[in-house]
Design a protein around this ligand. Structure first.
Ligand code: ADP
Length: 262
């Protein structure tokens, strides 16, 4: 099913969780981003359009400003994201630059999705960037997004962006192979759910555990994201982003994942 979803989609939104952007040492892993950019470039050469939603500003910030790692103060966290966002985009720029592709940065807050004029502007900018062959990279604007106005997790941001851009497919890349009947990090006998046709029903059948090191939303926000996009007729794939050549493998059917169908 997953290879079919990818083959049929022209406009694809792909979201990265923080966990897979960081290597074992907790720093951004450029080799991984480079390999992913190669896969995305392959999609673009095949006539597809790609929009990326990338977490990781805080992780990238910590790589640069190690001495701030213990600061709990919100302003330091936001300052860390301001530093890290530049680092993150620098890695993405190099990764796509190796394939002669340019990137464009879009930073959004929850407020932007509630305001019709801003929503229209975002939509127009997204369409223009993509039409010009540029790869937009979206993240939450952590510098202005204090708790009250935070989207809070990039699963929701990715789903909102997919709807805004009228995408054909949303791919969430996390550090697990997909949706399991229980948290695979806690239960070794957890079973992967290959296909979901009814999200409400599946909610009653699985148990959800917590998040990971840098993760914010856990599986709950991924299910919410699926519910949101599916209600707009956009299918979603949840898969492990840390596997070798993930986009190629998903397209070829050699990597498993969960398909949320419309
Ligand atoms: P990301 O940063 O990729 O968004 P999160 O840490 O927020 O990742 O969410 C993914 C985590 O959700 C997994 O690593 C897993 O431990 C946890 N999880 C809890 N319950 C489940 C479940 N039923 N199926 C899959 N993952 C689950």
């Amino acid at each position: 099913m997953i290879p079919h979803l990818i083959a049929d989609a022209r406009k694809i939104v792909i979201k990265f969780g923080s966990n897979i952007l960081a290597g074992q040492d907790g720093r951004i892993n450029p080799a991984f981003l480079h390999e992913f950019a190669q896969g995305a470039a392959g999609f673009i050469q095949a006539g597809k359009q790609v929009v990326i939603v990338s977490s990781g500003a805080q992780v990238a910030g910590l790589s640069t400003m190690e001495k701030w790692s213990r600061k709990k103060d919100l302003h330091y966290k936001q300052a860390l994201c301001a530093v890290g966002q530049v680092e993150l985009m620098d890695v993405w720029r190099r990764a796509f630059g190796a394939h002669d592709l340019r990137i464009g940065q879009i930073l959004l807050t929850q407020d932007d999705f509630g305001d019709p004029l801003r929503t229209l502007n975002m939509r127009n900018t997204l369409f223009t960037l993509v039409d010009e062959g540029i790869v937009p990279i979206i993240n939450e604007n952590d510098t202005v997004a204090v708790e009250e106005i935070k989207i809070g997790d990039n699963d929701t941001l990715a789903a909102q962006s997919a709807v805004l851009w009228s995408a054909d497919l949303l791919i969430l890349l996390s550090d697990i192979d997909g949706l399991y009947n229980k948290n695979p990090k806690e239960y070794s006998d957890a079973e992967l759910v290959n296909e979901v046709r009814d999200i409400t029903q599946v909610r009653g059948m699985i148990s959800m555990g917590g998040t990971n090191n840098f993760g914010t939303g856990g599986i709950a926000t991924k299910l919410d994201a699926a519910q949101r996009v599916v209600s707009y007729g956009i299918p979603m794939i949840l898969a492990h982003g840390g596997k070798p050549k993930v986009l190629e493998a998903l397209a070829a059917g050699t990597q498993r994942g969960t398909a949320f169908l419309t």
